[in-house]
Design a protein around this ligand. Structure first.
Ligand SMILES: [Mg+2]
Length: 463
């Protein structure tokens, strides 16, 4: 499973299925003697501990049961059954990385406790890998035995704090899976989500050609003057079949399905052309910000940015690329090379959602970046929440000390804007000024200087 630094603790047994695994009296209490996996009592105990920890909301449980196992014992006796169970355990152990727990929980039942990263689809994807694994027949003494599996899943949403309840839920989902056929192995909600995910993937492949994608632009204003100095281009998708699909839903699908590069190329192309046109016709000072997925962050991006600038006639300095902290980690030479090449082109680089990603700041020192975009979660609790004030202030100060500018996103009230101005935050973005607007609306607002009139840091007598 994918993992990050905040994943579940390592509790996976030491190569549990190896026949020669260490086995002294202490292990007998926690290991299943046949498969050397954790036993039911131990795995339930660990699960109980996890459910009491701060990570409880990310815990997922998969209950895996072999289909038709009872027949195996009838056909070949317990020796055959035992070989197959050991092989099944070994296959599952091969899927586990350093996180999560695997155990045997009944005669032919296995339990996996995994970090679902707050997303049920993580579990669904994991379950799919298990199904694929059991599509391969078991081979014992030259004969092949096909045994599928049924999988039930449960997550610790709704504040589940009871390990046995969670295991029971996963077990009943597994029994439903048995009844309805092997493919429908999870509960209705998860199944609906998976079906929707696949539908999104299919439709998204044609969305660009069908003209269903568009960009909207959210103004970015100067914190002192209220003048609109730029706009963030935001991707929107209105599917003919599904209606409006939120970027938070379709972007991860695009990333997983390998569609991000082509969609990202289109976004850059459109945004540069649009900004080029605005600057040429009536707003020579306006810059455009474009969000870049970590998956786009490579050599191709550099070439494409250069091509878009060339075609649109847009000044490189009027293009800002927003990258999340996730995109700048870890220490990959390719990342440094991409940053260096983009800086050489003259485009501005901004860290998006600053403060929510990796806590390492070393990349700020290493890379020549231009702007920090402070995450909305800090802005929203301004100006009354002391911690948010402290963090925001520190980020602005740090940005300036490093020769960077700071932008606050999610600004909704005048109080927030005033506090940010007083902290020295350079630019502001949010509903206080404007919702994301169509290109025509944005152009209107720019030429009327409407947005600027809504905000001026100098206190007005009649606000
Ligand atoms: Mg952004």
């Amino acid at each position: 499973m994918p993992h990050d630094e905040a994943a579940l603790p390592v509790r996976h047994g030491s190569n549990p299925v190896q026949p020669n695994a260490v086995h002294h009296s202490g292990y007998a209490l926690v290991l299943d003697s046949l498969t050397r996996l954790h036993n039911r009592v131990y795995i339930a105990e660990c699960l109980q501990q996890l459910l009491k920890s701060p990570r409880a909301a990310r815990v997922g449980v998969l209950f895996i049961d072999l289909d038709g196992f009872s027949k195996i014992n009838d056909i070949g006796g317990y020796d055959l059954g035992d070989s197959i169970l050991r092989d099944a355990a070994s296959r599952l152990a091969g899927l586990m990385d350093q996180q999560g727990l695997l155990g045997r929980i009944g005669s032919d039942g296995f339990l996996i406790v995994a970090d679902d990263h707050g997303n049920p689809l993580t579990l669904v994807a994991f379950a799919q890998r298990i199904l694929d694994l059991f599509a391969v027949p078991f081979e014992v003494a030259g004969a092949e035995y096909y045994l599928g599996v049924s999988i039930g899943m449960a997550r610790s949403v709704h504040d589940t704090r009871d390990a046995s309840a969670l295991i029971r839920d996963a077990g009943s989902a597994m029994r439903r899976a048995k009844q309805s056929g092997r493919a429908e192995f999870f509960n209705k909600d998860m199944q609906d989500q998976l079906q929707r995910r696949f539908r999104i993937e299919t439709l998204l492949r044609h969305a660009r050609a069908a003209g269903e994608l568009k960009l909207v632009y959210q103004p970015i204003v100067d914190s002192a003057s209220g003048e609109t100095v730029g706009a963030e281009a935001l991707l929107r998708w209105t599917s003919g079949e599904l209606g409006d699909v939120a970027p938070a839903e379709f972007i991860p699908v695009a990333e997983e399905a390998g569609l991000m590069e082509s969609i990202g190329d289109w976004v850059l192309e459109q945004a540069c052309a649009q900004a080029g046109q605005w600057r040429w016709s009536f707003a020579p000072h306006v810059a455009v910000s474009v969000n870049i997925s970590p998956l786009q962050f490579n050599e191709h991006l550099v070439r494409h940015v250069a091509a878009c600038l060339e075609r649109s006639g847009l000044d490189a300095s009027a293009l800002q690329l927003e990258i999340t902290e996730r995109g700048l980690m870890p220490d990959e030479p390719a990342v440094s090379a991409t940053v260096a090449a983009l800086v050489k082109l003259g485009v501005r680089l901004s860290i998006d959602d600053f403060g929510t990603g990796y806590a390492s700041l070393s990349y700020l020192k290493r890379f020549a970046l231009h702007n920090l975009k402070i995450d909305r979660s800090f802005i929203q609790s301004l100006p009354h929440d002391r911690e948010s004030v402290a963090i925001t202030h520190a980020v602005v100060t740090m940005a300036h000390a490093l020769g960077m500018t700071a932008t606050a996103e999610g600004v909704e009230t005048r109080e927030q804007a005033t506090a940010l101005f007083e902290m020295g935050c350079d630019m502001l973005q949010g509903y206080l000024f404007s919702r994301p607007a169509s290109p025509a609306e944005f152009a209107d607002a720019l030429s009327d200087a409407d947005l600027g009139n809504k905000w001026c840091a100098v206190p007005q007598s009649n606000p």
